[in-house]
Ligand binder design. Sequence first.
Ligand code: MG
Length: 294
Amino acid sequence: MKLVTFSARDGAARVGVVDSQAGIVRDASPVLGEAGVLDVIRDWETRGPQLAQSLADLASLPLDEVKLHAPIPVPARDIFAVGKNYSEHVKEFGRSGYDQPDKSEDLPTDPVVFPKATTAVTGPYDDIESHPGVTDELDYEVELGVIIGKGGRGISRENAYDHVWGYVLIDDFTARDLQKKHKQWLIGKSLDTFCPMGPYAVSADEIPDVTALEVRSKVNGEDRQYGKVADLIFDIPELIAVLSAGITLQPGDIIATGTPAGVGIGFDPPKFVHPGDVIEMTITGLGTQRNTVV
Ligand code: MG
């Protein structure tokens, strides 16, 4: 099921179920009331079947007549973002000199995880603010986001997929100068609007093999990034096992799994983005987001 948070002409945000082939969104508010996508995920065992049964009775609207927000507009806590998780990206990042104090092109031996603030989340077609006077080095990172369903601590690799609710497309947008200057990455990764998310939160049953998904980005129509989820250095079960070893994962937690090569700092000279540039990102089955830097 493809869940969205959308608003129609009256402006009220509500949950919808998208049929992307038909180009429609079904308004789930008669079934869900005030519940948001996060509530639906938390109570999926009840809400999932309830939604599936009522789909045919829900009013539908053309997708191009509604505004899509981030499917989870306000995550319950910071996103767990994974750095340096595709080998070619580790090399481009090392070469760039931005990974201070670690300038190595060596692959990490354990996952590199940092928080990305919930307040950075914005919609899949919203503008990204350029923050003049705060940063001069804007960069894009297309990533597969994993949404946790059943929470837990000490989750094993073998059981990891039992805890995955589904997937979402995320741009781990970054101020490279701030990432470099502050060493810890939170500030450079968390400026307002630096986390375009969506368009859809897609339940895992729609993705038979997540490792087959392909991850791409373009800037102003020019191909920039390409990778396969199969090429992650630390795969989804490993990330869940490592994170949950001592932290209780909760339903609705989001893990951004890392970005493939082709980011702006991977080029010499770097290809940062600027106001007016349009960033387009696609992951197989998860839709496409398009954001303009302003
Ligand atoms: Mg990233």
